[in-house]
Every structure is written in structure tokens, then in C-alpha cells.
Design a protein around this ligand. Structure first.
Ligand code: RIB
Length: 304
């Protein structure tokens, strides 16, 4: 069953640091790595690695990163019919800083991702209509995100929105028709203006979104697991305990795997459990997409 990702791609430039330099300071970092990333592309690769048939709708620049990004989609079996190059624009790029505890901070330069427009959704419409889910993030223009949600609703295709990076400009009333709304705690705090220091506060903040019409709010909480808030109440899915070396891209790993499992069996909590195992394995290795596990390894962890 096909899943569409209408979203971003980036080139991740990851520095492994001991601490952030202060203003005016030059500081040596122990290590660096480059890889394919971007929240949309990561989610597409995660879904594909777990077994989904994925259609990617995105834009790359006309620089030397572009061909590598397209080749990477193809290597992962992703349909690139609607991956377009934009002349005179850079590809999206993300400098990432990972500290000694594996926590990350990310800057994004959207580049060509900004050029993904509603007209690109129209151009892909016939193929999108055959998809069983549309996945969106906020590394493309809000205009395109809103249009994609309307498109999904019009053709009865479930829509999953990962509101990342979070912005106060997001109009919750325009995204209420999403079937799944999946922020992490930081994004939840930005979107609601509420404190999220513990699970009680996270639940309250998520509920404040759910009452506005969002059907299923799923908060990814890293080492604390994930929380589902919907008409049936609240359900916590516990995390798998692993030795974390790099958490970058773990939220995307969760979302891509969740989407794949959900379209396979429509069991939300079971999909969250599997996604949790997939994301847990991803943080045990460096990089974003590079760290994503094989389905067999995820099943092994689930059955351990
Ligand atoms: O969520 C992780 C991703 O955020 C990275 O791959 C980076 O490219 C940014 O988009």
C-alpha cells in the first residue's frame, strides 16, 4: 500500500561536539558526518525501510547535493517521479550538533523545499489519489501544507501532520482535519504556549489541541515513550531502553514506521509500539537515515 510524503529533504551536516562554542569563540569538535536527511525524506525512508511503498513529492536544488539525494531515494526504493530540481536554488541543508549524551540541536536552511507549491500537489494528484496516507511536516510552506490537507480530506486519504519545526504561524483551525497530529514535547510547548515538564502537563497540552478537533494527537517523548490522546482517552506507550548515541532523526523514524504499520493494520497502539522499537534502534547509531534499522531487527527487539 502506497504512502505519500509531501515534504522536505535536506543534506545533514552533523558535528559531534563536546559543547557549543560561545560567541566569537573557535572550538574544535571531535567528529563530523554528512548524510541524507530532512524530516520528509527521513520519514519516507523510515516508512520504506519498514516495508511501505512510498511516493515522495519534494524539490531539490541544482547543486551537487541534488543527484545524491535523488539517488538515495531510489536506493531506498522510493518513487521519485515527483522529485524535481529547481534551477538557481540551493538544496535544503541542515547543520546538526550532537552532544556527548546523544542529544541534538538542528538549524535548517530550506532552500528548494520552499519552492514546493500547491501546483506540485495538483501535478501529482492522480498518483496521490491512490495513496493510503499522506505525511506532512513544516519544512515546506504552510500554504502547501494546508493545500495538502484539503487534498487528503477531499479524496478521503488519512493525513498525518508532524508539526516540525513548530511555528506559531501554524493555524490549528486549518490543520484540524488531520487524522494524526504528531509533535514532540518541544513542538507541543511552542504550539500551545503551555509548560510540558512532565507527563501530566504534556497530556494537558495535547488535550488542549485535541479539543480543537484533532482526532489523534500522538506526542513523541523520546526516552519517555509516546502518548496518544484521542476520543478513547489517553494511552502511554512505553519506550524501549537503549544506549543512545545520536537522537537526531528519531522522531522521523517513529513517524515513518508508524505510518507503514498503520496502513498495514489500522491498529494505532500497535503501530506506536513498533514505531517505538524502530526509533529506539535508530538512536543507537549515528546519523539520521543512516541509523534506521531493518524490519527484522525491529521485530527481534519487539519479541525480546
Ligand atoms: O528531524 C531530523 C531532521 O531535521 C534532520 O534530518 C534535518 O535535516 C532536519 O530536517
Amino acid at each position: 500500500m502506497k504512502i505519500a510524503v509531501i515534504g522536505s529533504n535536506m543534506v545533514d551536516l552533523t558535528s559531534y561536539i563536546t559543547r557549543m562554542p560561545t560567541l566569537g569563540e573557535t572550538l574544535e569538535a571531535p567528529d563530523f558526518s554528512m548524510g541524507c536527511g530532512g524530516k520528509g525524506a527521513n520519514q519516507a525512508v523510515a516508512a520504506a525501510k519498514y516495508g511501505a511503498d512510498v511516493l515522495m513529492v519534494t524539490k531539490v536544488g541544482d547543486d551537487f547535493f541534488a543527484d545524491n539525494t535523488i539517488a538515495n531515494f531510489k536506493k531506498n526504493g522510493i518513487d521519485t517521479t515527483y522529485v524535481q530540481k529547481v534551477p538557481g536554488v540551493s538544496s535544503g541543508v541542515a547543520p546538526i550538533f550532537v552532544d556527548k549524551s546523544g542529544q541534538n540541536s538542528i538549524l535548517i536552511i530550506k532552500g528548494a523545499n520552499n519552492e514546493l507549491k500547491p501546483a506540485d500537489i495538483d501535478a501529482a494528484a492522480e498518483d496521490l489519489k491512490a495513496c493510503k496516507m499522506i505525511i506532512l511536516q513544516l519544512e515546506i510552506s504552510l500554504e502547501t501544507v494546508y493545500y495538502a490537507i484539503e487534498f487528503g480530506n477531499k479524496y478521503n486519504i488519512p493525513v498525518l501532520l508532524n508539526p516540525a519545526p513548530a511555528t506559531n504561524e501554524l493555524d490549528i483551525d486549518k490543520v484540524c482535519q488531520c487524522d494524526f497530529f504528531m509533535p514532540n514535547e518541544t513542538e507541543l510547548a511552542i504550539l500551545t504556549g503551555m509548560s510540558v515538564s512532565d507527563e501530566t502537563e504534556i497530556e494537558a497540552a495535547a488535550k488542549s489541541l485535541a479539543v480543537r478537533g484533532l482526532k489523534h494527537v500522538i506526542v513523541t517523548m523520546g526516552a519517555r515513550g509516546s502518548l496518544l490522546i484521542d476520543e478513547n482517552g489517553t494511552q502511554l506507550v512505553k519506550p524501549f531502553k537503549v544506549n543512545a548515541v545520536d537522537s537526531s532523526g528519531a522522531g522521523d523514524a517513529f513517524i515513518g514506521c508508524f505510518a507503514c504499520c498503520y496502513v498495514e493494520n489500522h491498529d494505532i497502539v500497535a503501530a506506536m509500539k513498533t514505531a517505538s522499537a524502530f526509533a529506539a534502534l535508530s538512536v543507537t547509531k549515528r546519523g539520521t537515515q543512516k541509523s534506521y534499522p531493518e524490519r527484522a531487527d525491529v521485530l527481534k527487539l519487539l519479541n525480546a
